[in-house]
Each structure stands twice: as C-alpha cells, then as structure tokens.
Design a protein around this ligand. Structure first.
Ligand code: ZN
Ligand code: ZN
Length: 338
C-alpha cells in the first residue's frame, strides 16, 4: 500500500509499504482521509515519537472497514478512529479518566497511523460514522472536534449564559467556538487573523477581538464583558497568550490550557489566591464521548465540512505541512485524501 512514512527528517516520504495485518481483536480499515495536525508537525521539528522511525504518522482517521477477521463491525461500515487508545485497565482508566491513561497508545506515534491506504486498529475503537457526516471531512472530528468537546464540556464545565473567551482561532479554536456556543455560552473569540475571526462569527461567536489591533487583548475582553470572562480557553500553546487568557478572566474565573507548550507559564500568585482563580488543563477526549461528538455532527450542529479548508493527495502531504508550518492564514484544517 502507499503510505507517507516518517524517517526522522523534516519531511515525509511517500512510498510503498506492507499492508498491516489485523492482530487479535483488530480490524483493517481502508482509510478515506486523515487530518493534518500540529501534533504531527512537532515530530517533524524533532519532538521524538514513541515508536522509533520509520513510522507512518497521522491520527485523525476516517474510513471503512475492509477486513474484520476476528469479528466486530461489518465490512464496509463507515468508521471514525480516535487518535488515542487508552488501556482501559490503569488506575486512571478505571476512574473514567482515559485521557490520563498511563499506557495510552496513539496512532501515528506509538504505532503506525493514518497517512496510509490502510490502518489496523482494535475493533473496540471503530466508531460508526452516520451517512449524514461526510466520510472524508469527518476525519477531523477525531481530534479537531473531540478535543474541544472534552475541554469545553468536561474540563471547563461551561454552563449556559457564561462568557467564554477563546484565544486562538485555528482549527481546534474554531471548533471550540462552536462547542462553547452549543453549550450556551457567549463566546468572545480572539485571534490575529481577520479571516479567522469572521469565521468565528459565522460559527456563533458573540464578539471578536483582533489582538493585533488593541494594546492588550485581555483588557479588551474584560472591558467588553464588564469584568472578564468566566472561562478562557488558550488553544495555541504560547506562554504569553496563556498569561493573556488568564488575565482576561473575571474573579473566580477558570483558565483552560488546551494548547501545548514545553515552556514555563507564570501567573500572579496573589490573584490566583485572592481572586480564587482556577487553572485547568485538557488533553484529548475520552472514548465514551466519541459517540456524543459524532451525534452532534450528525445532527448538523457542528460545521465539519466548513472547517476543512485544504484537501491534499497523499503525494502532496508535505505541502500540507508546509502550509501549517508557515501559518497560512487561509488554513483551517487540511486533510489528506487516501
Ligand atoms: Zn491532532
Ligand atoms: Zn489506562
């Protein structure tokens, strides 16, 4: 089969490799599409993958079941595959917190992922994708929508009527806008790119702030919301923006760190204590929530197709990463069609 293989450099090599053989409880899925994510870019920048290269990257996968030698879903079933598969047995999994699993396996990291014609996965993680969700574009639900679902609903515990500031309107940020709107929040979207703020408006944001046009975006959020947001999500992973998100909160507010950074972040300890501020992190999404996120998409409540701005053939995958790398303002989510 054809696959985009990571050999440790800055680009992927499209080559012919063996088709995976489904083991014990696994099925073989014919990949329809796989989303291009910033996480993949980190590997190209030198963040080590768990499995040593050669490795097939890609963790936002949709497709159809091709072979089910050990039972499970029907052949031809349309499925969505989650990026991360928790073990189901460690202390965190047993507490229902699979996102903290100590033995998690991530596709395109611990094992081969979806930038390939086929992928083998446990039949327990093939979530049926209804006909009302486009098979190819639907792949982004796996991460770009499931991550904001967990962040907004479970971790931020957003309630109707609350004000939620979202810092960063890339793919995950704009999906977070949609999710917070669905949760009944008044959303203030913050970004540097006007096109993305216009999309945030389309997706239901109450207000938008172009951070390049104001002295202090945090102060602007506080001004527009008469005191600050109840919840602020940082979806970029930039220490300065995380700090800004914290500063945009009202007293007793909750900062959600959704973006990844390996840098230290600092806050005022006095404000944290005197104003009873909260800081929470959010990582991925538990398997039990996948059917709910898919249902929201199937009901037309999530704008899935609208979030996919670029479609690439496998041969052009490096162009997709180049656009992500250079921060092309027109790029929301790119997907690779298999
Ligand atoms: Zn991802
Ligand atoms: Zn576990």
């Amino acid at each position: 089969m054809r696959a985009a293989v990571f050999h440790g450099g800055k680009t992927l090599s499209v080559e012919e490799v063996d088709r995976p053989k489904p083991a014990h409880d696994e099925v073989l899925v014919r990949v329809a599409a796989c989303g291009i994510c910033r996480t993949d870019l980190h590997y190209l920048h030198g963040v080590p993958t768990f499995k040593e290269p050669p490795l097939i990257l890609g963790h936002e996968i949709s497709g159809t079941v091709e072979e089910a030698p050990h039972g499970g879903p029907e052949i031809g079933q349309r499925v969505l595959i989650p990026p991360v598969i928790p073990c189901g047995e460690c202390e965190y999994c047993l507490q229902g917190r699979g996102t903290l699993c100590t033995h998690m396996v991530m596709l395109g990291n611990h094992r081969d992922g979806g930038f390939a014609e086929y992928v083998a996965v446990s039949q327990s993680v093939t979530f049926p994708l209804p006909d009302t969700v486009p098979l190819q574009e639907g792949c982004i639900i796996s991460d770009a929508f499931s991550t904001p679902y967990h962040a907004v609903i479970n971790r931020a515990e957003v309630k109707p009527g609350q004000t939620v500031a979202i810092f960063g309107c890339g793919g995950v940020g704009l999906a977070a806008v949609q999710m917070a709107v669905l949760a009944g929040a008044r959303v203030v979207a913050v970004d540097l790119v006007e096109e993305k703020l216009l999309l945030a408006e389309d997706f239901g944001a109450w207000l938008t702030i172009n951070a390049s046009g104001v002295d202090d975006a945090a102060k602007e959020v506080r001004r527009l919301t008469s005191g600050g947001a109840d919840v602020a999500l940082e979806v970029i992973g930039n220490p300065a923006t995380i700090r800004q998100a914290f500063d945009s909160l009202r007293w007793g507010g909750r900062l959600m760190v959704v973006g990844y950074t390996d840098k230290e972040v600092s806050f005022s300890g006095a404000k944290l204590m005197f104003r009873e501020m909260e800081v929470r992190g959010s990582l991925g999404c538990g398997l039990h929530d996948f059917p709910k996120v898919i249902d929201l998409a199937a009901m037309g409540l999530l704008k899935v197709k609208e979030m996919v701005s670029h479609r690439f053939a496998l041969e052009d995958i490096n162009e997709g990463f180049r656009l992500l790398e250079t921060g092309d303002p027109g790029l929301l989510r790119g997907i690779v069609l298999l």
